[in-house]
Design a protein around this ligand. Structure first.
Ligand code: FAD
Length: 517
């Protein structure tokens, strides 16, 4: 009995010693951070911005924010924390533009690295046969677009919204209507500079440190902080023809989408929207579209019916109008949309690519941009998409007045399974994005709880029917759920973690690994 008592007391003593050491280490951290030789600086107050993101659901205040002015600022900071070892609780999150929806770029009482303060450096262009640009990972895609256009060039693969950082989208995938042809943004990068979880600065590519290169792409910030990226470019068109047509039947709609993404000569951008009982102004988020015949626009109000809108663009230069018109006419003639619903307009390439920003400005002016965004993004195998559409659009989802619902197929052949990104194992899979806006502190059918319940119903439906769905920009709360998400790739993912960030210092907001203390 005495022995048991002795062992118990000893264990309590050991545990409290460990806690005191961790707490001691923790409380002296600001002093040790202040002592680091940096070109940039730390801030210890007024860091509330780093506890906010687009999702507006999670708010974890960091202990400090690093505003780096060089890659060595980031490397020195991480090295410092790495050398503290498991004695320190400190974690580090890179923050791009903070447009995550579930606190993924936050670090509860840790260090947030404000990547945008690294941006704004001169971008280095190579305008040769295979053009590319070297950019800082803190640069926004919109700035890369403007700079590239000065050379008559542009990146090949985009997101629908360009006020996001290179590091932020490359840590996920970067998917939009060009992905069927070029793959996601992570398929259009030649080289990266990365600071690992041990503070090492490594240049990596397909040929050099290839495992780190593939780990970091779609790696949810788990293996290193991307500081520079070499992005593949192509000649940029000046104009686009922007087209929308409607379908009332899902099978016809998806058949046409698949026909278009599989053809060699096709449109340059292919997406789609689901419209259910759409009468609400919130849908103006994406409707920055000025049709040639505005009277036709009223046809977009579905009045109780479910409609599917195919959205397409064709790039052209002013001296190619006739050819572009013929190509569009020829391609449209192969489709089975409701003939009276054709809307077509011409806009500059920039205007098209930056279309969501136009809507952002409108929503901001109405105070509707900073509301909670309980988004759900799913990747669905082609063989299951009709079943999914029947169950979700035909039953679970009653309307789309609280944000757009996007749906479009992509070709798996354009994705690289050596990256950390996981996707369904079928030649074609669909991106389905429920981009809900919740009204703050509302308990009704437009409040946050309503959408979280709706998302859960959609996920439960997929799970029960074994649809083989993968979440994009996934959010899970337990490691078991992450393990299920990665499936067979989990082992590789954890191996990579123990190689590049063995103490689990990086990107704690993803809630995949816990820092070892
Ligand atoms: P943050 O939210 O700041 O960071 C995201 C994650 O990446 C965090 O875990 C963070 O720690 C990590 N991270 C950030 N920078 C780095 C870095 N340099 N190195 C390593 N890790 C880093 N996505 C699409 O694919 N297609 C779309 O069409 C699309 N449209 C969108 C439209 C809107 C209006 C919004 C708000 C988001 C959209 N997204 C889209 C999602 C977007 O790509 C992700 O939320 C992305 O993470 C946002 O980039 P960010 O710079 O704000 O990253």
């Amino acid at each position: 009995h005495n022995n048991i008592l002795f062992i118990r007391t000893l264990m309590i003593l050991l545990l409290s010693c460990a806690t005191i050491r961790v707490d001691f280490c923790f409380s002296s951290v600001p002093t040790s951070l202040r002592a680091l030789p940096l070109e940039g600086n730390f801030t210890f107050t007024e860091n509330e911005f780093a506890a906010r993101d687009y999702g507006n659901q999670y708010h974890f205040l960091p202990l400090a924010v690093l505003h780096p002015k060089s890659v060595s600022d980031i490397a020195n900071t991480i090295k410092h924390i790495w050398h503290m070892g498991p004695l320190s609780k400190l974690t580090v999150a890179a923050r791009g533009h903070g447009h995550s929806t579930r606190g993924q770029a936050q670090a509860d009482q840790g260090i947030v690295i404000n990547m945008e303060s690294l941006g704004g450096q001169v971008m280095q262009f190579n305008t040769g046969q295979l053009p590319y640009v070297d950019v800082s990972a803190g640069d926004l895609w919109i700035n890369i677009l403007h700079e590239s256009l000065k050379h008559g060039l542009a990146p090949k693969s985009w997101t629908d919204y360009l006020h996001l950082t290179v590091g932020g989208t490359l840590s996920n995938a970067g998917i939009s209507g060009q992905a069927f042809r070029h793959g996601p943004q992570i398929s259009n990068v030649h080289q990266l500079e990365v600071v690992t979880g041990k503070g090492d600065v490594v240049n990596c590519s397909e040929k050099q440190h290839a495992d780190l290169f593939h780990s970091v792409l779609g790696g949810l910030g788990q293996f290193g902080i991307i500081t520079k990226a070499r992005i593949s470019l192509e000649p940029a068109p000046k104009m686009v023809k922007w087209i929308r047509v409607l379908y009332s039947d899902f099978s016809t709609f998806s058949r046409d989408q698949e026909l278009l993404i599989s053809a060699e000569h096709t449109f340059d951008y292919i997406e789609g929207l689901v419209i259910i009982n759409r009468t609400d102004v919130l849908n103006s988020w994406r409707s920055s579209f000025s049709p040639q015949d505005p009277a036709q626009a009223s046809k977009f109000i579905s009045d109780g019916r479910t409609l599917f809108c195919l959205e397409l663009t064709k790039n052209f230069n002013p001296d190619e109008v006739d050819t572009a018109n013929k190509e569009v006419e020829n391609l449209l003639s192969k489709l089975s949309y409701i003939q009276s619903t054709l809307l077509m307009t011409e806009v500059s390439y920039v205007e098209f690519l930056d279309r969501v920003h136009t809507s952002e400005l409108k929503l901001r002016s109405k105070g509707m941009w900073d509301v909670p965004h309980p988004w759900l993004n799913l990747l669905i195998p082609r063989s299951k998409i009709k079943y999914f559409a029947q169950g979700v659009f035909g039953n679970i989802l009653k309307d789309t007045k609280s944000g757009p619902v996007l749906i479009y197929p992509v070709n798996k052949s354009k994705w690289d399974n050596r990256t950390s990104f996981v996707f369904p194992e079928e030649d074609i899979f669909y991106m389905v994005a429920f981009l809900f806006h919740a009204v703050p502190s509302s308990a009704g059918t437009n409040g946050l709880e309503h959408f979280l319940t709706l998302n859960k119903r959609i996920l439960d439906f997929c799970a029960v029917a074994h649809l083989g769905v993968k979440q994009y920009l996934a959010h899970y709360t337990t490691q078991e759920q992450w393990q299920a998400h990665f499936g067979q790739r989990w082992e590789v993912f954890t191996q990579r973690k123990s190689t590049y960030d063995p103490l689990a210092i990086l990107a704690p907001g993803q809630r995949i690994f816990q820092k070892r203390v």
